[in-house]
Design a protein around this ligand. Structure first.
Ligand SMILES: Nc1ncnc2c1ncn2[C@@H]1O[C@H](COP(=O)(O)OP(=O)(O)OP(=O)(O)O)[C@@H](O)[C@H]1O
Length: 303
């Protein structure tokens, strides 16, 4: 296992930020770590990476004890905090990589060339970090975390604040990394991240594990439905006949219609095939369920 956590606890004064977590993650897995604000995600990550000492319980990351073997661990994991930077603000991006290369005692150039190409960093490698856009900086952060080819990549809210295109680019890159064998642990508020990048989901609530399973399993348990928003070429009568869906909105005289469906019961492809018999599609978007709402619902079911 690449991560093993047993009875993990962390108190801040009287607040238990993490309150008895036990879980394991297999090598090569991609796992989403979700929960409401203040649920304990960042605190868990800090204990996994050796930044914070557990109050009780044990944690092993890459088989190492993070607090005691922090340096050895740093060579084997990469960490990206979306809201904090590990880059040198006033230096050109390239100089941060040079410095990280020196810290890891490796010739960073071949790996950087590969990452720069995959993450499209070429245009701004010589720009000071403080002048980068958020999307550019996050790509820069991800490259920094992967420079030493770690076996585990831990990301805390990597796509927060990114526009749709930058998000999608980053996600495709992470999917490739995973296919190349890197294990992923991804703390996020974004259901789209979870759906695209992970195949297992841990939900933490008040420092405790509230769910461990697949996204479809979670959707079944709490009824977290996705909504397909269909923009039609011409107004159409209500599309209330599509198997496995529920019509939840008709706008603009039938030009825009919203169908709700539970993952696992039908597929977008099947829905579109049924819609095509009655209307011509112009555009579509999928609205993911809101993570906070899913967690609230999960919590209300378990209490
Ligand atoms: N250094 C600290 N001192 C005191 N309390 C803390 C500290 N760090 C976290 N906490 C508290 O621990 C709890 C868990 O916080 P944590 O940051 O781990 O949550 P989170 O799930 O990452 O939240 P978010 O999604 O908002 O980042 C919260 O109640 C928070 O206020």
């Amino acid at each position: 296992m690449i991560i093993e956590v047993c009875g993990l606890r962390r108190l801040f004064g009287r607040v238990a930020a993490v309150d008895g977590l036990t879980f394991g993650i297999e090598r090569g897995d991609a796992v989403g770590y979700i929960g409401a604000n203040g649920a304990g995600k960042s605190t868990t990550i800090k204990m996994l990476t050796g930044i914070l000492r557990p109050t009780a319980g044990t944690v092993r990351t890459c088989g190492l004890e993070p607090m005691r073997q922090r340096r050895r661990l740093a060579r084997r994991i990469g960490v990206v905090f979306g809201q904090r930077s590990q880059l040198w603000w006033d230096l050109p991006l390239r100089d941060s990589y040079r410095a990280l290369g020196a810290i890891h005692r490796l010739d960073f150039r071949p790996r950087l060339a590969e990452l720069a190409e995959r993450l499209d960093l070429g245009d701004f490698l010589d720009t000071p970090v403080r002048q980068l856009s958020l999307g550019q900086r996050i790509r820069g952060e991800v490259a920094a975390a992967l420079l030493h080819a770690p076996e585990l990549l831990i990301l805390d809210e990597p796509t927060i604040g990114l526009d749709v295109l930058s998000k999608e680019r980053l996600r495709s890159f992470l999917i490739e990394q995973r296919a190349a064998g890197t294990s992923l642990l991804l703390a996020t508020h974004d259901m789209g991240d979870v759906r695209r990048l992970t195949d297992r989901l841990l939900v933490v609530d008040h420092g405790r594990l509230a769910f461990d399973g697949t996204l479809d399993g979670l959707a079944r348990q709490v009824g977290a439905e996705r909504i397909l928003v269909l923009d039609l070429a011409e107004p159409a009568p209500p599309l209330d006949f599509v198997a496995g869906t529920r019509l939840v909105g008709v706008e603009a005289g039938g030009l825009r219609q919203r169908l709700s469906f539970a993952p696992g019961t039908t597929t977008v492809a099947a829905i579109l095939a049924a819609v095509a018999t009655a209307a011509q599609l112009h555009d579509l978007t999928i609205e993911e369920p809101d993570i906070e709402a899913v967690v609230r619902r999960l919590y209300s079911l378990s209490t």
